[in-house]
Design a protein around this ligand. Sequence first.
Ligand SMILES: NC(=O)c1ccc[n+]([C@@H]2O[C@H](COP(=O)([O-])OP(=O)(O)OC[C@H]3O[C@@H](n4cnc5c(N)ncnc54)[C@H](OP(=O)(O)O)[C@@H]3O)[C@@H](O)[C@H]2O)c1
Length: 338
Amino acid sequence: MVGNEILRVLAQRKFRSERIIALASERSKGLMVAYNGSSIKVEPLDEKAFKGIDIALFAASSDIGLMYGPIAAEAGALVIDNSSAWRMKENVPLVVPEVNSDDIRANEGIIANPNCCTIPLTVILNPLKNAVGLERVLVSTYQSASGAGRALVDELEDQTKAIAAGTEPQAVAYPYQLAYNVVPGGWRPEAEGYNEEEVKIVNETRKILHMPDLRITATCVRVPVPVGHGESVFLETTDKITAYEARTLFGTAPGVIVEDDPHAKLYPTPHNVAGKDEVYVGRIRNDASTKNGLALWLVSDNLRKGAALNAVQIAERAVEMGVITAGATRHRASDGQT
Ligand SMILES: NC(=O)c1ccc[n+]([C@@H]2O[C@H](COP(=O)([O-])OP(=O)(O)OC[C@H]3O[C@@H](n4cnc5c(N)ncnc54)[C@H](OP(=O)(O)O)[C@@H]3O)[C@@H](O)[C@H]2O)c1
């Protein structure tokens, strides 16, 4: 899902390239994937696949990222990995371009793309951090099926059809039936009753915002929506900010669109945000239950800003910053120059 979206985003943003190759497993060898009105034949991933490649956008599992990331970097490519394999490693920048693009410079060949809930959350938290300081964050997620890959999207559709036809829906890709349901789990359990996804949001948010001691906790829930993650966020700031001031602040924040007028029934929904690039924020309220509290609701397309778009934006920034010079790796690979 993310790989196809990366190809779409590259074409839509007219990313300058001499050559684009698509890699997947042996299973997909010879398959054609769409790119810029044409198609590319999928090649199997192997150790020689990265020769002459400047940028390697990975969208496979953590195992593949761990195994092939260093091979691609060694071959001279800047690796931007969508999996969680490298995100918390000390020498690997974890980047959301609107928030910490300067961290790109510290890369040693691999840059990690954050979790699909962490990215929009930090896009919203960063302007607040800069304007009034951030003390505490409580987030509950409403995550779509596509966040778990192609298999769960297909299963949600099959289950919905089965229920409509009066037959028994099958649950294979996820521990519970997702159609007509919400599931507060499905991720690997971690310590203290949390799960892997919740721990990722906490740790990655602290790393991206450069706030290692930020008080933050998360509850992750899967909902029967194909694309688009929602997040309900309660936060406490150091200095007071009113809901009105927060709306104005988000109105000028990079990558953010404010949709916030309950009287006009205006608030972001996954259905409307799917396919869009920005993080949408609404339902902004002062939380009277605590000092300097703010409540809000955000939605972003998990396949775009939550994955593919953010990865391509990192590549664009790396090119702008001179971290990648097009063709540099070809020289390295063929002439032995660095
Ligand atoms: N979906 C999201 O919203 C989202 C958001 C942020 C990050 N991510 C992360 O992005 C990565 C991809 O997620 P996805 O949702 O796109 O999953 P997906 O739809 O299941 O796609 C997985 C891709 O990995 C390839 N792959 C599997 N085994 C391989 C192997 N041995 N060698 C080479 N390629 C192999 C698959 O190719 P075949 O089809 O040939 O098996 C497929 O192209 C994951 O690490 C995920 O955690 C996903």
